[in-house]
Design a protein around this ligand. Structure first.
Ligand SMILES: Cc1ncc(COP(=O)(O)O)c(C=O)c1O
Length: 372
C-alpha cells in the first residue's frame, strides 16, 4: 500500500545526517530537533501552538484531557473511522456517541450530529477521513450554537486545506478548538516510528496541554494535573524536520496519482471514484478509496492479492458493531450509510512513489476483473 523504502532512498542524504546529529548530541528527549520541528510545523500550519507527542492516539486523548472533559460527558464522533478516535473517548470514561457518515465524502454527517446532541454532549470529534476535511463550517456552527468543543482528528489529512464559503483557506486541524495528528510511518507526514502532535490557537489550552504531555508538570516535580508521558523523541523529530519541507510535494504526488486513478475509473458504472470538494488541495489522499457497486468486493480483493497488488478495506466493520463499543442505545437504521460502506469500499495503493507503470497495472487489473 505504501513504499516507505522508495521514499527513504530519495531523502536518505538529508535524513541520515539529521538522525546522526541527534545521536552525536545525545539529546534524545525534548532536544533542539523537537523544538525546531515544532516551530516549523506551527509556521507551516499557520497555528499558534503545536505540541508534539508520542502518537496520534495520545494526541486525541491529551486534547480531551486538556479540554477538561469529564466521565459521563458525551462526545460525538463518526462510526466509520479507525478505532483510535472512539478508543480514547472510552478510555477517559467519556461516553462515545457514534453517528453515521456521508455516502460521498465518508465524513461525519451534519444532520446525524444535530440529532445526537443531548444536554450531556460536550464535544464533537470530526475525523478528516482519507485526507479530506469534514464539513467544518457546519460543525463549527453547531458547536457554537450548543457550546461544544471541536477536536479535529487530523491523522489522515495533514497538509489538506479547508476552504470556507467566503473563500478563506486554512489548514486541516487548525479550525476547531484543537487538532490532533499522527506521524505513523505511512501517514502523509510520517516518521520512522511513532509520533503525533496536537495543534491549537488557544494559549491557555496550549499551556494546559504542555503540562499534560509531561506528567502534568508545569514546574519540575510539581504535578498540578494528572498527566501522561507522551513525548515525540528527538530522532523522530529529526526525520519529520527533514520531511516537512517536502510535505506539499508529497501531497501533490498523491493527488497526481489520484487523478490518474480517477481518469481510469471515471466511466465505469460500477465504480464510484472518490468525491472531492472544489479546490485541488482540499483532499490529500491519505487513502484512495473506491466504492464498488454490484461487484463482489471481496472477490476483487482476492483477485488483486493474487496479482500481487496490495489493497485494503478501510474499514470493514462499523465502530458501533465492534464488541468494545456496543451500546444498546444504537439503532441500526441510524447507521445505514456506514453499514453499506463497509461492504463497498476498497482502498488502492497510494503513496509518493507510485509510477505510471504501477498505476496502469493496477487499473487494468481492476477493469479486466470487472469486464469479467
Ligand atoms: C483517523 C485516525 N485517528 C487516529 C489515529 C491514531 O494514530 P496513531 O497510530 O499514531 O496512534 C489514526 C492512525 O491510524 C487514524 O487513522
Amino acid at each position: 500500500m505504501v513504499d516507505l523504502k522508495g521514499q527513504y532512498n530519495e531523502i536518505k542524504d538529508t535524513v541520515n545526517p539529521a538522525i546522526q546529529e541527534v545521536i552525536e548530541n545525545t539529546a534524545f528527549i525534548n532536544g533542539p530537533k523537537v523544538h525546531d520541528f515544532q516551530k516549523k510545523l506551527e509556521n507551516y500550519l499557520d497555528v499558534k501552538h503545536v505540541i508534539p507527542c508520542a502518537n496520534g492516539t495520545d494526541a486525541l486523548q491529551i486534547a480531551m484531557m486538556g479540554l477538561g472533559l469529564k466521565p459521563g460527558d458525551e462526545v460525538i464522533t463518526a462510526d466509520f473511522t479507525f478505532a483510535a478516535t472512539v478508543e480514547v473517548i472510552a478510555l477517559l470514561q467519556l461516553t462515545p456517541v457514534l453517528v453515521d457518515v456521508n455516502p460521498n465524502d465518508f465524513n461525519i454527517n451534519i444532520e446525524a450530529i444535530k440529532n445526537a446532541i443531548t444536554p450531556k454532549t460536550k464535544a464533537i470529534v470530526p475525523v478528516h477521513l482519507f485526507g479530506q476535511c469534514a464539513n467544518m463550517e457546519a460543525i463549527m456552527e453547531i458547536a457554537q450554537a450548543h457550546d461544544l468543543f471541536v477536536i479535529e482528528d487530523n491523522a489522515q489529512a495533514i497538509g489538506a486545506n479547508y476552504t470556507f464559503k467566503d473563500g478563506r483557506k486554512v489548514k486541516a486541524g487548525t479550525i476547531g478548538n484543537v487538532g490532533a495528528t499522527s506521524f505513523f510511518p505511512s501517514k502523509n507526514l510520517g516518521c520512522y516510528g511513532d509520533g503525533g502532535a496536537i495543534f491549537t490557537n488557544d494559549d491557555e489550552l496550549a499551556h494546559t496541554i504542555r503540562g499534560v504531555v509531561n506528567h502534568g508538570m508545569y514546574e519540575r516535580y510539581h504535578h498540578d494535573v494528572v498527566g501522561v508521558n507522551s513525548r515525540l523523541d528527538s530522532i523522530q523529530a529529526a526525520v519529520l524536520d527533514a520531511k516537512l519541507p517536502l510535505l506539499d510535494a508529497y501531497n501533490a504526488r498523491r493527488i497526481e496519482a489520484a487523478n490518474k486513478y480517477d481518469a481510469a475509473f471515471k466511466d465505469i458504472d460500477c465504480i464510484e471514484i472518490p468525491f472531492r470538494y472544489g479546490d485541488v488541495d482540499n483532499h490529500v489522499f491519505h487513502q484512495y478509496t473506491l466504492k464498488v457497486k454490484g461487484v463482489d468486493r471481496d472477490a476483487l480483493v482476492k483477485h488483486l492479492n493474487e496479482k500481487e497488488i496490495p489493497c485494503g478495506v478501510y474499514y470493514p466493520i462499523p465502530l458501533h458493531k465492534q464488541k468494545a463499543y456496543l451500546d444498546e442505545r444504537y439503532v441500526e437504521s441510524n447507521f445505514e450509510v456506514t453499514n453499506q460502506l463497509v461492504k463497498e469500499v476498497i482502498s488502492l495503493p497510494m503513496h509518493t512513489e507510485l509510477d505510471n507503470e504501477q498505476i496502469n497495472y493496477i487499473t487494468t487489473t481492476i477493469t479486466n476483473f470487472i469486464d469479467g
